[in-house]
Ligand binder design. Sequence first.
Ligand SMILES: Nc1nc2c(c(=O)[nH]1)N[C@H]1C(S)=C(S)[C@@H](COP(=O)(O)OP(=O)(O)OC[C@H]3O[C@@H](n4cnc5c(=O)[nH]c(N)nc54)[C@H](O)[C@@H]3O)O[C@H]1N2
Ligand SMILES: Nc1nc2c(c(=O)[nH]1)N[C@H]1C(S)=C(S)[C@@H](COP(=O)(O)OP(=O)(O)OC[C@H]3O[C@@H](n4cnc5c(=O)[nH]c(N)nc54)[C@H](O)[C@@H]3O)O[C@H]1N2
Ligand code: SF4
Ligand SMILES: [Mo]
Length: 739
Amino acid sequence: MANVPLESITTKDPFGPTLAYTRGVRLDTGVEPDKLVKTHCCFCGQQCGIQLKVKDNEVIGFEPWYEFPFNRGKLCPKGVKRYLQGAHPDRLLHAYERDTAAPGGFKAMDYAQAIRRVADEIERIQTAYGRDAFALLSGASLTTEKTYLMGKFAHMCLRTANIDYNGRLCMVSAAAGNKKSFGIDRAANPWNDILGAEMIWISGANVAECAPITTDYVWQAREHGAKIIVVDPRITPIARTCDLFLPIKPGRDIALFNGILHLMIKNDWLDHDFIENHTVGFDAVAEHVQQWTPQKTAEVTGIAEKGIRQAAEWWGTASTSFLMHARGIEHHSHGVQNVMGAINIVLASGRIGRENCGYATITGQGNGQGGREHGQKCDQLPGARDLGNPEHRAYVAGVWCMDPDDLPQPGVDAYEIFRKIDQGEIKGLLSICFNPLVSLPDNNFVRAQLEKLEFYVAIDFFLNETARYADIVLPGSLHEEDEGTVTTAEGRVIKINKAVDCPGEAREDWVIIQDIAQALGREKGLTFSSPAEMFAELGQASKGGIADYSGITYEKLEAQNGVFWPCPDAEHTGTPRLFEPGSWNPVAQGKGPFYFPDGKARFNVAPYMPPTEDVDDEYPLILTTGRVVSQFLSGTQTRRIGPLVDNYPEPRIEMHPTLAEKLGIKDGDWVTAESRRGSTTLQALVVKTIRPDTIFIPYHWPGRKSVNQLTISAQDPISKIPEYKVCAVRVRKADSGNR
Ligand SMILES: Nc1nc2c(c(=O)[nH]1)N[C@H]1C(S)=C(S)[C@@H](COP(=O)(O)OP(=O)(O)OC[C@H]3O[C@@H](n4cnc5c(=O)[nH]c(N)nc54)[C@H](O)[C@@H]3O)O[C@H]1N2
Ligand SMILES: Nc1nc2c(c(=O)[nH]1)N[C@H]1C(S)=C(S)[C@@H](COP(=O)(O)OP(=O)(O)OC[C@H]3O[C@@H](n4cnc5c(=O)[nH]c(N)nc54)[C@H](O)[C@@H]3O)O[C@H]1N2
Ligand code: SF4
Ligand SMILES: [Mo]
């Protein structure tokens, strides 16, 4: 079990030279804990159950939590090591202010003075330039209570239109595609429906590294004879065990889905009853995919015609199935179209809303689901309501006891916030739980904007790379230092339990936000005394909305090991599977299972468009980006956990041996990859598991190792997700690296 030698952890102090690990964490060497706290992993959207071992207000290790039904005690390497971050010496214990004379550029300051300064700057900027000149960037690793509070803080307290969140980089294409097709944005099925499916289709999801526990579901299905199709430009670990691998050229997934539907129609592998009774729009889609013959599909996607025909036959003739996708098809300037293309082949098969017949996007961030429902998105109000809808405004304003006319109109997305800083329209920024300097595309532009801000305050428990540009840094709370709820990839609302108190001057994030509201003299509606109080109010604010939490209580969550939303009243036990025949929802009012007034799902024509920046003679290779198993997102947390760093210490450039040979590159050589926006020099990782026309670089590192120096800021016009998965680059051998 977790027993890590101290020497394996070295770190850089946020404000000074490199230090050895110093604080006296008692690692799990047989110390008797004071208590075991049942909670969940702080990282990905699987939200595995875990028990934290606590001794003298420190998390010292963990025990598996076998009874939690999703993971039954299993954890991935990040879950196993997560407990090591709390006692890390970089943990922010005070508020800090920028001081160029101080070592590291910051000096500790009194918490109350820091809050005063933040409030004064907000007041000054909003008075001088208007309310929208102060923007907020929030995060989907926060509990749902905190995300609700952030929306209320923006819309009611600051009355700024400009709040958005890091799920903009993650879940918004899936959300928009699901809303357009089903009228609701949630995984259609619980993961148990994977187990008995006879056909599993995985597009653009590195399941084994990014949703590791889902691998177990897929493998259990395979044990029962399921066939597995994987579509990816790389032979990822899950692809190594699949039955059919389709090595797609990045940015071409709609073409494949259209080609599959073409063959389903041609061979009459369709569920006519389902299409007739439960959907609209099939004819237009059928007409559109006529052009997507296997030959044309093969030409565009780079997949052999034989593979396309085989996939269509297996998918078309299956009696049960589960289709899942993740960012591989969503991080595109046509990400929403890709998602609608995927849903079209599910609807044509009629295999949804029944046992072992399912569909889901695999939600990424820890609270990627709950964080996109209750009002921190730029156009959203709680309950997945719309800020632009007069009825929705009136309802939420009623719960908040305010005049609906005082609510701002929808603001702009997270990237556009930086463009507005550039244009001089936004002058002040508060960020919480977001590290845009590492995670946004074309990040040299982002850096320039951070330098332009008149005032910037960041709330985090570590000084992330973006926070280094802040005027004030406020010490927020770690996952285990607060309670609340999150909603998992399955749509299951679960309870996060507090294990330890915040150390030093650090505060629960929601306390900090309310302290700012109070210092502004605008604390009306922001005087909660606990997460439970916030949850009760968010239940009311969500009531009658699509994401209806009003029947959920903390007690019910504990008693049932989580509750799947919607859950509209006290007697309701939740809705694990959506779209079951005969099921009721507030939009269709009994007319059908889908969340449109007629109760029917929508086929949507999904035309193919090439990526925004295709390859050419100057930049002849496709760059695609993503993750590795031992690092998480912008790396703020996992780059501080020694054993995970040991696992994958530096980003490397994955390339095929054919390409490497052509460029005279050997495994381990220093290689420069360059786009029209920036370049990075990293070591080559020569592998046979990637298309020869594509290179892959993981994005978890900052500065000169950041692949987001190269990526393009093109966005999907509907969802505004950035096109992280395709841009054009050139690659050459370099003399030495970035160290
Ligand atoms: N270890 C780890 N796990 C994580 C995270 C993490 O940072 N580290 N982050 C979490 C979060 S927030 C997210 S969003 C998820 C992301 O989970 P995933 O989406 O599974 O991970 P990615 O690596 O972003 O991309 C998935 C796959 O898409 C492929 N791909 C690239 N371009 C294309 C394309 O055009 N078409 C297709 N079909 N595939 C393509 C890549 O080769 C890659 O294997 O993971 C979550 N889990
Ligand atoms: N090139 C490329 N770029 C990408 C992607 C890609 O595939 N390729 N993927 C994109 C995706 S899917 C995502 S989700 C984004 C993620 O990008 P970010 O959201 O910027 O990444 P995080 O590392 O989650 O940053 C969150 C910060 O929040 C802090 N934090 C975590 N929990 C809490 C909390 O409870 N309270 C407070 N106060 N702070 C907290 C962490 O310490 C960290 O500093 O990156 C995107 N960027
Ligand atoms: S699969 Fe996700 S939630 Fe589970 S232990 Fe790993 S990182 Fe944590
Ligand atoms: Mo994500």
